[in-house]
Design a protein around this ligand. Structure first.
Ligand code: BG6
Length: 502
């Protein structure tokens, strides 16, 4: 266990600027994301007095709803999903500034009505014409909205756009969207969300690497044998068949969350922590990623199986999924970053739905000691050093080292040095969306994806999916509750390695 030196009163309460007055407009306010993530995040920010002093939320969606009905629905969402206890006075303060606007996204008249409402809110709440627009809508709806918002810009207030994933469907559509946004807005007004960057443990990777002198000298091909990144989920598609059938694991997770984890693990130290410096370094990694050949990518789809003792249906049996669907729910790949730091060092990645448990980890496996002076039998139980970052759950990290087993003679075994967020810090971890919504209000884009990063990510995905057109694997090829198809294991066995023991 590692003890921290800190003032417990300040844990998790770093002194940050309060954002300037603004209205947050949520397009897609009747959707799941607003209820599960956005509103609970706003509540937690209100709970900690981190929201602007003059603030309002305007929900916009197609369904008919009054302001009061919207507030009531959001209140239930907060009660159900917020990480903090429900306090009436915190809720009242937030709810007082909440309004709702029924809006057909393709109809300009609706946008006029919204503009009128926003003016009214400005005068009631003192929000000074500053706007954050959150697009929790499908990419097809964004285009019209972007044009309408740009056409209605007025006064001195600032505008920021938060764009949810998926950002496009492939490189061409993402480029088109970037161009469209770029014609009307400056890059520093655009915040493309990848909520993994809002996770504390992902940011801690930057702290680990760049705030400690001991890791950087060994963070390279000379000392690292390989890296393994796992993004495993035990859940299925949760009623999102229409979306998932088109996206699959490669567009849902690999294109964004997974590649961002690769970029953060492999990037060079930025010269400062500004949005441009950090993103300049990440995009260099994405650009240096070697396109994997067909033998280096494995895809899978789950069949019927068991999760925690419960029988669950196969992907093709899920509601809304075609019984002959070729959509992948699992991807594993061997990636290489072609630069001096990483040449010939594989980064094995795997991600999937209906795997045995929810687990996101980054494992840095170091090379073996060059010449252990012990008898072979002494070190039989010894595995190579691994630095394991637990992104979630059980957030923290663990370093596997060899230690002498107490007693006569020399016998060495692997032990773990652990750091757990839960015991080192008193304050619970904020939800990713709290951090990201607040950062967007503050105009800080460091933890958002830049246009060029998104495009590099799509270029790699397009290359992989183009190769997939040529063959039809026999799906389903793994049972729910297992670690993917056997070919995922073979991918590492061929190199004389294996996935970390589960
Ligand atoms: C989303 C994906 O981006 O991330 C979902 O669309 C996935 O399919 C989710 O379940 C996982 O997020 P988290 O924070 O639970 O790891």
């Amino acid at each position: 266990m590692i003890a921290t030196e800190s003032n417990p009163l300040l844990d998790g309460l770093q002194i940050r600027r309060r954002p300037e007055p603004c209205v947050l407009v949520i397009y897609g306010a009747s959707g799941d994301l607003t209820q599960r993530k956005l509103m609970p995040a706003l509540y937690s920010l209100a709970y900690r007095h981190l929201l602007p002093e003059h603030f309002a939320v305007v929900g916009a969606a197609r369904s008919e709803e009054s302001d009061d009905e919207f507030r009531e629905r959001m209140k239930e969402a907060v009660r159900k999903h917020a990480r903090d206890e429900f306090r009436q006075e915190v809720w009242d303060e937030l709810a007082n500034g909440m309004r709702y606007c029924t809006l057909d996204f393709s109809d300009a008249a609706g946008e006029d009505q919204l503009t009128e409402l926003l003016r009214e809110v400005d005068s009631e709440r003192g929000t000074q014409g500053n706007r954050v627009y959150y697009f929790a809508v499908p990419p097809s709806a964004i285009e019209t909205l972007i044009r309408e918002i740009a056409a209605r810009r007025e006064g001195d207030g600032w505008v920021r756009l938060i764009v949810e994933k998926p950002f496009g469907h492939d490189l061409a559509s993402a480029k088109h969207l970037n161009e469209l946004i770029g014609e009307q807005f400056a890059e520093n007004e655009v915040f493309r969300i990848d909520h993994y960057l809002g996770k504390e443990t992902v940011q801690n990777m930057l702290a680990l690497r760049f705030a400690n002198g001991i890791f950087e000298p060994i963070w390279n091909r000379q000392f690292i044998d390989h890296v393994q990144i796992t993004v495993a989920e035990s859940i299925g598609i949760e009623g999102r068949a229409a979306f998932y059938e088109r996206a699959g694991a490669i567009r849902d997770i690999f294109q964004n969350h997974l590649l961002q984890l690769v970029a953060i693990t492999a990037m060079e130290p930025p010269s400062d922590f500004t949005a441009d410096s950090v993103r300049n370094e990440k995009v260099k990694v994405l650009r240096s990623l070697h396109t994997p050949g067909p033998k280096s990518v494995v895809r899978g789809q789950y069949g019927r199986g068991f999760i925690e003792g419960q029988e669950v249906p196969g992907y093709r049996e899920e509601e809304g999924v075609s019984p002959t669907s070729m959509t992948e729910t699992f991807v594993a790949a061997k990636l290489y970053v072609d630069n001096w730091r990483w040449a010939d060092t594989p980064i094995y990645v795997r991600m999937g739905k209906r795997l045995p448990r929810r687990e996101t980890t980054i494992a840095i496996q170091f090379k073996r000691a060059p010449h252990p002076p012990f008898e072979e039998t002494a070190a039989e139980g010894l595995r190579p050093n691994v630095l394991l970052i637990h992104v979630q759950p059980n957030e923290g990290m663990s370093l596997a080292i060899g230690a002498k087993v107490p007693g006569q003679g020399m016998s060495i075994r692997t032990v773990h040095m652990d750091f757990l967020y839960g015991s080192a810090f008193r304050e619970g971890l904020p939800e990713a969306y709290e951090r990201l919504v607040l950062d967007a209000m503050l105009g800080d884009a460091t933890l958002f994806t830049r246009a060029d990063e998104i495009e590099e990510q799509w270029a790699l995905v397009d290359a992989i999916t183009a190769a997939w057109q040529r063959d039809r694997p026999a799906f389903p090829n793994y049972a729910a509750g297992t670690w993917g198809p056997p070919s995922a294991d073979e991918l590492l066995h061929r190199d004389g390695r294996s996935w970390r023991r589960h």
